[in-house]
Design a protein around this ligand. Structure first.
Ligand code: CA
Ligand code: CA
Ligand code: CA
Length: 273
């Protein structure tokens, strides 16, 4: 009897299109509680890489933090993991995609996070506003991966062999229909030369064997705060240490430098007032 009732419910749901709205997700999004201990222990530190909405970064800083593409090529076999850190996107809700190239084999168009907005429901997370100054409510009818994220939500990208090139793309405001300029969709990658506006849209930091990437989601660069979507990648200690590190005295110094940008901005604001 119970089974019959279930199937009639199922049929009704299918009939109304309720169930067909659920998209297939390539990756299972897990919570920070399920994250490896190494990550959980330093999760609070990562807020320094988000920084303020519309923070000022000098052109030199932006250029110095250009992603070194060779760092994304695995030197050792590994299961890379991607952790959502935060965002400062106000109206836009971006989508993060993953691409892997192993020899001539290309896996492309895989959605990691369909809505890289911070979840308003995560406000009780310590220092939430420093990770997420502009959180958003879920859009009606959307299910994972098209739902806002909690800080530290993550996916395991799967097993990849040495020589695999990892790549990430940000599809600006995709869930709201995307952004178009002269009919060209705003999809920004790590390689500036391949971006439709020919501008740099990502900056990179190393922190304790994690590669942290921050994206600028505005066509033409906009406010250039490069924190509209921020995520950390675990490429494995061996890969991270084998990578040609981005010139930076130390991660701690980088964090202080970022904090200083925030401070300068605050002072400027106070001066204006
Ligand atoms: Ca922003
Ligand atoms: Ca937001
Ligand atoms: Ca921005």
């Amino acid at each position: 009897m119970k089974k019959k009732f279930f199937y009639s419910l199922l049929a009704a749901a299918l009939g109304t299109g309720l169930l067909s709205a659920a998209p297939a997700s390539a990756f299972e999004i897990k919570s920070r509680d399920e994250a490896p201990a190494d990550f959980k222990n330093i999760l609070q530190d990562f807020r320094a890489f988000v920084g303020e909405e519309r923070r000022y970064l000098s052109p030199d800083t932006i250029q110095a933090k250009q992603v070194n593409l060779s760092d994304l090529t695995l030197k050792f076999d590994y299961d890379p993991k991607v952790f959502f850190i935060g965002e400062t996107a106000d109206i836009y809700r971006d989508r993060l995609d993953f691409k892997a190239t192993t020899g001539s084999q290309v896996e492309t168009g895989q959605i990691i996070f369909g809505d890289t907005s911070c979840n308003t429901g995560d406000r009780s997370f310590p220092n939430f506003s420093q990770f997420c100054p502009n959180p958003n409510d879920a859009l009606p009818g959307k299910v994972a991966p098209y739902k806002p994220l909690n800080v530290g939500d993550w996916v395991n990208l799967g097993s990849f062999q040495a020589g695999t090139k990892l790549d990430f793309q940000l599809v600006a405001n995709d869930i709201n229909g995307g952004i178009y300029e002269n009919g060209v969709k705003a999809i920004f990658g790590l390689d500036q030369a391949l971006n439709p506006d020919n501008l740099q849209h990502a900056i990179a930091y190393y922190y304790k064997d994690y590669l942290v990437l921050g994206f600028e989601d505005i066509w033409g660069g906009g406010d250039q705060d490069y924190n509209d979507t921020v995520f950390a990648i675990d490429i494995g200690k061996a890969n991270a240490r084998g990578a040609a590190k981005i010139p930076e005295p130390s991660a701690t110094a980088a964090m202080f430098a970022i904090a200083a940008f925030g401070l300068m901005k605050t002072r400027r604001r106070q001066a204006v007032r």
